[in-house]
Ligand binder design. Structure first.
Ligand code: ADP
Ligand code: ZN
Length: 547
């Protein structure tokens, strides 16, 4: 433990920001940058990254230049700093030429503590010349994972940022991100020329978030249940009966975010919630900028608003009391899942990360990868990201432990605060079931020019006498009716887990099921397949906790 006596940094923390003490690694990071050293900071969302560059900018002579891709948030950030008496400004494409000139003048006159810049701004000679005429305290590169070409937020302009070091070798740099595996961290250090920087890696654990991943059944009803039974969104007209002891009687329930994959499902889900009396707003890139801004402002300022959004929503949003993040579709990667769920519970109070996931998600995501642009290496990379996400969904181990392991961190024991900890799923030997599915797929694959999806496979296994079965003579296959020991939902779960385990894959726009190299080992009885039993009912851990 370091003792915090008085230092200029601590003095600024107390006097300007009104906080008593640094959190986690903030003190060490700030010391490094104040002393002129470079730093690479990995800290989860809500960890307190902003102070890590704001305080050094105030302590060091000159202006701290912050490179951020979040143009939409710059005004808010500058306003918040101004309210604390910090002299901050931004330069981006939204300014008029008069406004721009005023900021430039203040910068050169040494009247700014912090200047926010969009990365594309640094491409212009004029901006570089302007910075040459100013005294620069430090460069902060926010959302530094945007430099990673394999990540989901890649911004080509970030690749140019290594020139900061060449042009201003004496100015310390601090790169910050909430998203990074060891590989991404290495890529950031390499591309931003930060190999000599001190690395600060905080724990990525968010102990106040309960992780739950449930089988998708009737997603809209499942979501509504979650909001009603665990997050206080009472049914209209019922509030006075039976719910009298609920804290939110007459008021709204908890604030939260519902993520959907497509704009259409955002619209549909938001409308469904509104029709059920819940204060829900849509957010996606297809809405006019003014509507997006208005919806975001209401979400931030009002209590109990549910934002239904694509992943276009959320980066840089600082709303401390988001009580739940619900995913109605499978995220493409563990990084994405972690970042999106990380928007819950920034105030440290109990919060829920809930994901409904089903067979159709796997088929859809595999299809998206299969038909995506880019070369084979790119598709392989997307496939690996998806596989890690699927492994998290299908695990029988502690979800938190698996999530942290993905970021190279270990948890000493099971967390006790995720669905697999509170209701451990049983594993069963699914080898025979897997063989039945795989040999059906093998037989269907022999029919040249035809493609069959999950539905046909299940119909054959269950021995259903459908028109399509008749038409293709599938009732004459040896596998017809060999699967009556399981019901349809169980077969779909088997197929889903085979897809997740890479023992099956899908091809083409129709999502045709095809075997993989590993399938052969199962068919040849050289490999066992472990499967997870679905819980009968979604776990209600949070409800028990609240009671
Ligand atoms: P991040 O950028 O890492 O997501 P922020 O910098 O937005 O996180 O900080 C998250 C919240 O924590 C903010 O409301 C911030 O004011 C608060 N915070 C940061 N550092 C401290 C501290 N040392 N003491 C108290 N609150 C802090
Ligand atoms: Zn756990």
């Amino acid at each position: 433990m370091t003792t915090q006596t008085t230092s200029p940094a601590l003095d600024v923390l107390r006097r300007v920001f009104g906080y008593d003490a640094f959190r986690g690694e903030q003190a060490a990071i700030i010391d490094t940058v104040v002393g002129g050293g470079d730093a690479l900071v990995l800290m989860p969302t809500g960890g307190g990254k902003s102070l890590c560059y704001q305080i050094p900018a105030l302590v060091r002579e000159g202006t701290g230049v912050v490179v951020s891709p979040l143009i939409a948030l710059m005004q808010d950030q500058v306003d918040a700093l101004a309210a604390l008496g910090v002299r901050a400004a931004f330069l981006n494409s939204t300014l008029t030429s008069d406004e721009r000139r005023a900021v430039e003048r203040a910068l050169v006159a040494g009247e700014l503590d912090l200047l926010y810049l969009a990365p594309e701004g640094l491409r212009s000679r004029a901006t570089l010349d302007l910075l040459d005429r100013a005294t620069i305290a430090l460069f902060a590169i926010d959302e530094a994972h945007c430099v990673s070409q394999w990540g989901h937020d890649f911004r080509p302009d970030y690749l140019e940022l290594s020139m900061l070091h060449e042009r201003w070798p004496a100015v310390p740099r601090i790169a910050l991100t909430a998203t990074a595996t060891a590989a991404t961290r290495a890529e950031i250090a390499h591309r931003l020329d930060l190999e000599g920087a001190r690395h600060f890696v905080s724990s990525f654990d968010r102990p106040n978030i309960t992780y739950r991943i449930v089988p998708k059944d009737r997603p809209e009803k499942q979501l509504l249940d979650l909001l009603r039974t665990e997050h206080g969104h009472a049914e209209h007209g019922h509030a006075e009966h039976g719910h009298a002891d609920h804290k939110d009687v007459g008021g709204r329930g908890d604030a939260g975010i519902v993520y959907c994959l497509s704009r259409a499902s955002v619209e549909k889900t938001a409308a469904m919630l509104v029709a059920n009396g819940i204060e829900a707003l849509p957010y996606h890139a297809g809405l006019p900028a003014s509507v997006r801004a208005a919806n975001q402002a209401r979400f931030l300022r009002e209590d109990g608003v549910v934002m239904v959004a694509t992943i276009a929503f959320g980066m840089g949003i600082d709303k401390p009391d988001v009580r739940f993040v619900a995913h109605l579709d499978l995220p493409k990667s563990v990084e994405g899942y972690y970042q999106e769920t990380g928007r819950a519970g920034r105030d440290g109070l109990p919060s829920t990360a809930w994901l409904a996931y089903g067979l159709a998600d796997v088929v859809q995501q595999r299809k998206l990868i299969e038909t995506s642009d880019g070369d084979a290496a790119h598709r392989r990379n997307l496939g690996m990201h998806l596989n890690a996400m699927l492994a998290l969904c299908e695990t029988v181990e502690c979800r938190r432990a698996q999530l942290l392991a993905y970021f190279g961190q270990t948890l000493a024991e099971r967390c006790g605060n995720c669905d697999t900890c509170t209701a451990p799923p049983e594993a069963w030997d699914g080898t025979i079931a897997a063989q039945k599915v795989l040999s059906t797929v093998l037989r269907l694959a022999r029919e040249k020019g035809q493609s069959f999806g999950v539905g046909q496979v299940v119909d054959i296994l269950l021995g259903r006498d459908t028109e399509k079965v008749r038409r293709f003579g599938h009732h004459e296959l040896s596998v017809f009716g060999v699967g009556t020991d399981l019901a349809e939902p169980e077969w779909r779960a088997v197929v889903r887990q085979l897809l997740a385990q890479g023992l099956l894959t899908v091809e083409g726009v129709h999502g045709t099921l095809v075997l993989t190299e590993a399938s052969g080992e199962v068919l040849a009885r050289r490999r066992e397949v472990r499967m997870r039993h679905e819980p009968v009912r979604p776990v209600r851990a949070a409800k028990a906790r609240k009671a």
